[in-house]
Structure formats: structure tokens, C-alpha cells
Ligand binder design. Structure first.
Ligand code: ATP
Ligand code: MG
Length: 403
């Protein structure tokens, strides 16, 4: 593979990224699909940071720079956010000879080794034509490191650093501790789902959770101009941009919702306002979802969090949709949701104070245990189909790409 890169570009890469695959290795059945989708996602994400070859061999993905400008540091940042990867590491690549491996091992990990007291070497020889066995390689590399860094000692049980040497088909690779990847399964392998996205803390986290399980996302956002501002909608786009660093590029549907809210306000009892509004959201999202070939809806609901998220309220909301509704946060505490939102860097955006369509009209005394029959009765005052259709027709599509 290195030979090929060299032949086509004349550039000899000294460092690459090695990626170990996740669950996909276990899924014998769909392994080929999983691998090809992962490679496609990786190529797309890496194209923006430079010229890389992305190839797979022996259950390892190689990310190989094709020229000087290809920035491996940036590439590693991107790789860290791609679902389907369990661990990855930057690795020094050399020719498969001990004369090259020994000095490179000393040089490549010098900074880390100076900060350590103990180490051990783990060698793996998948190219059985290499003359030394794995224990022999470990012993020789260990000896060279002890000589070059006299402050070090070997500790096989709890070393500060494990120096890894892999003799593979295409070269010898030297690296330290692999870093954890984003886990999950590659986005797109599980199909598509429409995610109801607000500017809050929860829905971006819900979107991220389901993208992690392989779903491609179609975000649907309900905006209520003139009651809500341009800035509130921008906030949602900013949130989705963060999510797209993991979930890949997506097309967001912004649905004008003020008309529906006004109709409910004028024609239905106030105590059912929220639940009726939520049923409209489900219907409109489902209609868009079908047009976009989605198989499910996703929301950020968490049981008992607010009046509209009681068991009875959720049952009434659910009854408005035929598709499965995924609620990945249903059993989580707010603190657990906040923790994820900090990790994926959406929290600071979510807490910006811009009004959401749900907060513009909030009933003083919402029904926390609505009966579906009473909800249907309240809803019968409205021309549901016409309102839904109007929403879908007036939805505006925006492309969201990762930075
Ligand atoms: P979030 O933090 O996601 O806003 P929340 O705790 O504020 O959630 P609600 O406002 O009751 O809860 O909304 C519950 C779910 O309904 C949200 O997680 C989201 O999936 C969906 N939702 C709420 N408002 C909107 C909106 N304006 N556009 C699209 N979906 C929405
Ligand atoms: Mg909200």
C-alpha cells in the first residue's frame, strides 16, 4: 500500500493513522457493508483536511498522507469523531528491518519515553515472513530503548508506556498507546431517521446518540417567526453543526409553526395546548420523514422531565405517529444528558438564551395526565390535515456541514 502511494505521488509518508474497527468486526453478516460505509464516511471527513489514502487490510484501516500538506494532526481530530472506530493511533512507519525499526522506535516515542519511568514492548508479527518472532522483536526493541534512555526500566505488569511494534504486510509500524475512538457503528448503516431538534440541551444529545447507532439524520426544526427570532434558528444550526462533526453532513428542515400554534390557541382548551402542539410536531416530522425515506423519528424526551413528558403525555404524543419513535434519553437524568452535551460540545450553545417555539406559548396549567379521548376531542376543532400540509409545504431546507 505504501508502495502504491509512493508510486503515484512520489511522496513517502513517515507517519500514518492506524484505526481499529469496532463492533462491525463482530457482525459477520454485514461486515462488508459496514466496512465500506465506514471507509466512505472517513474519506468524506478527511477530504477537507488534505489528501489521504484510506484503505483497509487485516481489520485495520490505514490513513496514509499522500503529500506534505496532508495534516495528520487534523486528520486524527476528525478520526476521533467518526462512529465505528474503537481505537486509533498515529504510528511511525518504516521498512521492515530491525536496522530501521530500532532507531525509529527510539526517535518516534522520545518525548513520551522521557516522561516515563517504566515501559514494555509488545510486538506483533502478522507478516510471518519476517525473520524474527514477536518475542525476539520485543526483546531487541526493549534493549535498544534501555540503551538510549538509561532512566527507564522494564515493567511487564504495569508499565507507564507500552511501545507497540507491528510487522504488517506493508511495513513496520511503531506506536504508543492507542486513543479511544467514538465507538458506535458507522453512520448510514442503520438507515435514516428524522430527529425533532429544538435549541435545548436534550435533542442534540438524542441526535448524537442515534447517529452513534448508525442512523443518518434528517433534522426537523419548528420555528415560530415572528414570535421566535432568526437568532433562535441560527442557534439550532450551530448545534447541528456540532452534531454533524460526528453524524456527517445533513439537510435540516425548518418548519414555520406559528400558524399551527395560533390555531390551537384560538380553538382549543389551554390545558391541552402543549400536547396538541407536540402531536402536530410528530405528524409534520413523520410526513417529512416519509418523503426523505426515513424509518423512524427521534426526540429528546426524558420521562418525567416536564409536564409533556409524563407517561400519559408521551402516550398521547406517540398516538399521532405511526413510525417508531426513538427516545434515547428516556431513562436518563438531566445530569447524565448534560454530561454528554458537554462532551460533544453542544452544551454552551444550548444554554444561550433564545426563545424556542415551545416557550412562546406556555399554558399556565398544562395537563400532566391527559386522556387521549379528551385530547382527540380538543383536536377535533382543527383542520389537522390542512395545517400539517401547509407546514410541510413551507418547510425550508438548509445544508448543514461539519466545520
Ligand atoms: P430539548 O432540550 O431538546 O429542547 P426539552 O426538555 O426542552 O428538550 P421539550 O421542549 O418538551 O423538552 O421537547 C421535547 C422534545 O420535543 C425535544 O427533545 C425535541 O425532540 C422536540 N422538540 C421540542 N421543541 C422543538 C422544536 N422547536 N423543533 C423541533 N423539535 C422540538
Ligand atoms: Mg425544548
Amino acid at each position: 500500500m505504501l508502495e502504491k502511494t509512493r508510486e503515484t505521488t512520489g511522496f513517502v509518508p513517515e507517519e500514518v493513522i492506524l484505526v481499529k474497527l469496532g463492533e462491525i468486526v463482530l457482525k459477520g453478516l454485514n461486515r462488508n457493508t459496514f466496512e465500506s460505509v465506514l471507509l466512505k464516511n472517513m474519506r468524506r471527513r478527511l477530504a477537507a483536511v488534505g489528501n489521504f489514502d484510506v484503505k483497509i487490510a487485516q481489520s485495520t484501516v490505514y490513513v496514509i498522507p499522500r503529500d506534505e500538506q496532508a495534516d495528520l494532526e487534523l486528520a486524527a481530530e476528525r478520526v476521533q469523531k467518526i462512529f465505528g472506530i474503537v481505537t486509533f493511533c498515529r504510528a511511525r512507519v518504516t521498512e521492515k528491518s530491525m536496522e530501521r525499526i530500532l532507531p525509529e522506535a527510539c526517535r518516534y516515542l522520545e518525548d513520551t519515553l522521557r516522561r516515563c519511568k517504566t515501559f514494555k514492548v509488545e510486538a506483533k508479527r502478522s507478516d510471518k515472513a519476517f525473520p524474527l518472532t514477536s518475542p525476539e522483536i520485543s526483546r531487541e526493541v526493549g534493549g535498544a530503548l534501555l540503551e538510549a534512555f538509561p532512566h527507564l526500566t522494564v515493567n511487564v505488569h504495569q508499565p507507564d508506556l507500552v511501545v507497540r511494534v507491528e510487522i504488517r504486510d506493508f511495513g513496520a509500524y511503531i506506536h504508543g498507546e492507542p486513543l479511544p475512538g467514538a465507538g458506535g457503528i458507522p453512520v448510514g448503516t442503520g438507515g435514516k431517521a428524522a430527529v425533532l431538534i429544538s435549541g435545548g440541551i436534550d435533542s442534540p444529545v438524542a441526535a448524537w446518540c442515534m447517529a452513534k447507532r448508525g442512523l443518518e439524520l434528517v433534522p426537523v426544526h419548528f420555528a415560530s417567526p415572528p414570535y421566535t427570532s432568526e437568532r433562535a434558528e441560527q442557534k439550532v444550526k450551530d448545534l447541528l453543526k456540532k452534531v454533524s462533526e460526528y453524524a456527517g453532513r445533513m439537510f435540516m428542515f425548518t418548519v414555520p409553526f406559528a400558524r399551527v400554534q395560533e390555531e390551537i390557541l384560538q380553538n382549543c382548551p389551554e390545558e391541552y395546548f402543549t400536547i396538541l402542539m407536540r402531536r402536530f410536531m410528530m405528524r409534520v416530522a413523520e410526513r417529512i420523514a416519509r418523503k426523505e425515506q426515513c424509518g423512524a423519528l427521534i426526540t429528546g424526551e426524558s420521562l418525567g422531565q416536564v409536564a409533556s413528558q409524563t407517561l400519559q403525555a408521551i402516550a398521547c404524543t406517540d398516538a399521532a405517529a405511526e413510525m417508531p419513535v426513538f427516545r434515547p434519553l428516556i431513562g436518563m437524568d438531566k445530569s447524565e444528558i448534560v454530561k454528554i452535551s458537554r462532551e460533544i460540545d453542544t452544551f454552551s450553545i444550548s444554554i444561550q438564551p433564545f426563545e424556542d417555539c415551545c416557550t412562546v406559548f406556555t399554558p399556565k396549567h398544562p395537563r400532566t395526565r391527559p386522556e387521549l379521548s379528551a385530547v382527540l376531542e380538543a383536536e377535533s376543532a382543527l383542520d389537522v390535515e390542512a395545517l400539517v400540509q401547509e407546514c410541510v409545504e413551507n418547510a425550508v431546507i438548509t445544508r448543514i456541514s461539519p466545520v
